[in-house]
Every structure is written in structure tokens, then in C-alpha cells.
Write a protein that binds this ligand. Sequence first.
Ligand code: ME8
Length: 522
Amino acid sequence: MPQKFYITTAIAYTSRKPHIGNSYEIVLTDAIARFKRMAGFDVFFLTGTDEHGQKIETCAKEAGVSPKAYVDEIAGEIRRICDLLGASYDKFIRTTDDYHERAVQKIFKKLYEQDDIYKSNYKGLYCVPCESFFTESQLVDGKCPDCGRAVTPATEEAYFLRLSNYQERLEKYIEENPGFIYPESRKREMVNNFLKPGLQDLCVSRTSFTWGVPVDFDEGHIVYVWIDALSNYITALGYNPDGSGGDYKKYWPADAHVIGKDILRFHTIYWPILLMALGEELPKKVFGHPWWLFGEDKMSKSKGNVIYADTLADVLGRDAVRWYLLAEMPHAQDGSITLERVVERYNADLANVLGNLIQRSISMVGKYFNGVLPAPERERTLEDAALEETALAALPALENAIDSFRLADACEIIVNFAKRANKYVDKTAPWVLAKDEALRARLGTVLYHLIESCRFLGVLLGPFMPQTAAEILRQINAGAAVGLESLSTFGGMAPGTQLGEPSALFARLKPEETLERLRNEG
Ligand code: ME8
């Protein structure tokens, strides 16, 4: 039986079209899911949309449509962008799905019946025109942060989750499972800023709006959107407090929740406590990834510096967008994206290194051997051996990098291998060997090494650039030697194979012209 691997992304708000920062998480998670599938795991990859709450209700009102019509449109757009980027999700959950809403109601009721949730009074500062409560620290100059009018102290009935009852158990879990909050720097932040000061019970219902999951035993109360949203990770698998389905039994607990750094608190404090209260296992890992900045600034619509994944994909192709996002984002610090940098990296990694290697390797077999792959000689030079060694070391290194969520390192391993192979071309100079009939066998060995290196690249690139990887393997006609297991020996290509015609995978971009196209598209 293959080992299971359950991985999830955050579910995006359907308040607006997702920008490249939101799309990043899908690509990151997709690369990991694809790698795990290639490594033989039984993977379940979940993504979806977070569709309830006051903000979305307000957006719909402003757009003059019903909340449902509004979220249908944006959820469709989010899913379209996921598909455009090649996300291989196994399920796309929407929090407005019937089965999810029913399960959330049952979760809420169970927690209430067992007294983990209790009814009390919420005391806060209320803005009447906005129908919203605020805390002292949220006010701007003592006034409502939304409309600037005066607020008044007020009380309303609400439900609360007893976080404090679970504080000790959560602290123990975090201590005993050092990989749970990841990376380490984020763990310190959570423990020192939120756990150490002590947890206060969390208000888990609202009465000031209606767009949400109703508390089914108390009319007028709506389940707090984060309780609704977090539950998606189990409801998607068919979780039900009265008895869950097969997928839940098979895949839970999650092996990794991949989320942005801003929502770590919800995933490492509220979510585990909710699960403990339900008597369910806790996720094994929560990976809080950094954010994309536009240059050095936060991306925001009002600043006009928002980049969308579909704009880039229209001009550069889906794989190039995936590559940039995976190769450029540091492990723990924020990443920077600008159109100039996207074009630069495209030319550096994809056109000059990868595309160039594949195209010239296949072309030389075409030119010197009529496209039929020659057999290598038994004798190997030091140069050959060094290339083989680099190829064989790539997969173990890649596996290590992916298991520690260091996707940029994984990309670097691949590019460095391709650079090494390009250097091999320069050193062995096949065009010189081709001039001397006596060196024909040596020429065959060199070209075999190059095409076998292309095969390694075609396999290794699978999780990162699936279309490109498939195209490389098609062009060299790799046959069945396309799985990770085929990378344990250098020699998977069968001599005598008829290679296909090379076609440029990544043509070199003219920066000015491309930037103009990108700006016009955006
Ligand atoms: O937070 N760079 O949804 P969301 C990288 N619905 N990642 C970014 C980013 C940026 N510039 N901006 C946002 C929500 N993200 C909730 C999640 S999960 C039960 C509920 C990430 O649409 C962000 O950190 O605001 C989050 O992980 C994801 O995009 C969706 O953000």
C-alpha cells in the first residue's frame, strides 16, 4: 500500500480576483504534490475558496448583486487561474458547498453540547451605521476605522470557544513536535507573541450580518468565518462528527497545510484547539511561507502595483510563471517580483541554460547521427564521470530540498545540473570531434551523455514545469524511462532511439518588447 500524503493550501477569499501572491501558494503546493506523486505517495491535494463573511457581503452589495452571485463569479475566476497554472488538485472545495455548511453546523453544535463553546456577552465598541464591533486598538483617533464616526460601548450575545482550556495541551504538542510550526523562526513568533501571553476565549459567532453558516440552534447567529474556513480541511474529506467517510479515515491528519505567514496564528492556535476539542488528530506540519512584494512594496490595488498570474502566463506561458515563483522565492524572507526580474530570470534560466542545452543536444544528434541516439563507449573520461555523478546526485538533493519546503533550492539544483551539462558541451566540443572520423565513437559517447542528461532534466522538472518536462521527454523519445526510479542509474536512454525534432522550448526574450507586452496585458 502506498503511503498517503495529504496537502492543502489556504482557501482564498472570494472578495476579489487573486493576485500573483495568492496564486503562488497553489503553485508551491502543486509542485510538492506532483513530486510526492512521482515518488509513489497516494497524494490528496486540496484547494478551494473561502466565501463567507461580512467583507464579501459588503463587496456584493457594492457590486449590486447577491452574495451568492458574487462569490460564484470570483470562485470561478480563482479556479480558472488555478487550472491555468496547471494545479493538479484532487478536490476544489467551496465553503458555500452544501455538505461543508452542514458539517460546520454539526461541528459547532457538538462543541456547544460538550461545553467547549458557550454563550455569553461580547463587549466592545460599536459603530451603529457600520453595524460593527471594534476593540480599542482598532479605532483610528478614537473613531470607527471604517467610517470615521463615533463609536459607543455596547454588548451583544455571542458564542465563545474555550481556547484557555487547551493552552497547556497545545504548548505540549508544539514542544513535542518540533516540525509542527515551520520554519523555526515562525514557531518562535507564534509561541512568544500569542501563546506565552496566554489565550483568551475566542468569539466564534456574529449577529451583525447574515452571509455565513447559520448556527442552527440559535436564529440570528452566524458561525465566525474562521471556524467555517478552517473546517474545510476536514469537511472536504467527508468529516462528520457523527461518523466520517473513507477519505477522512484514509487521509487525515494532514501531512502539510501550506499557508501564508499572515494566517499562521489561525492555523497553529485556533485550528489545533478546534481539532483537540473535536477529539481529532492534529496536522503534522503547518508551513508558513513568506510573501511576495512588488519590488520592495506591499502589493495593493490602490497603489496600482498588483501583478496577476494570468497576465504573465498569457505572455510567457504557464511554466515560466511557475518557474519564477518557485525559483525566486526565498525560504523564509519575503520575495520580490517585478516584471523586469521575471523577464531576466526567464532569459537566464530558461532560454540560456535549459532551452539552449536541450535544443543543441538534440540538434547535434540530428546533424551527426541522423537523429538516432548513438551508444556510449565503455571507456569513460573524467569529464563523463563527473557529469554522471552530478546527474545521480540531483534526485537525492532534490528530495531533501522538497521535503524541507526549500523549492528555490530544488530549482537551483536543476539549473546547476543543466549548467554543468552546458559546460560539458563546451569542454568536449562535439563539433571538433565531428571533424575527425577516428573520433566518431567518442562523439557518440558525448552525445549519449548529453541526451541522457536531457532525460534526467525532463524527469526532474516534472513537478516544477510539467508541460516543459513532458515536451523534453517527448522530444528525446524517452519511452518508459520517465519515472523518478529511472534516475538511480545513468543510462536509461536506449541507444538506437530515434529522437524527435527539437523545437525551441524557450526563445530568448527581447526585454523591452516583452515588458511592453506585459504592461499592456496588465
Ligand atoms: O487568508 N504573497 O485568504 P486570502 C504570498 N481566506 N502569499 C500571499 C500574498 C502575497 N503577497 N498575499 C496573500 C485568506 N497571500 C483566508 C484563508 S484558510 C482556512 C483561510 C496568501 O485570499 C495568504 O497568506 O487573503 C493566504 O495563505 C493565501 O494567499 C490566501 O489569502
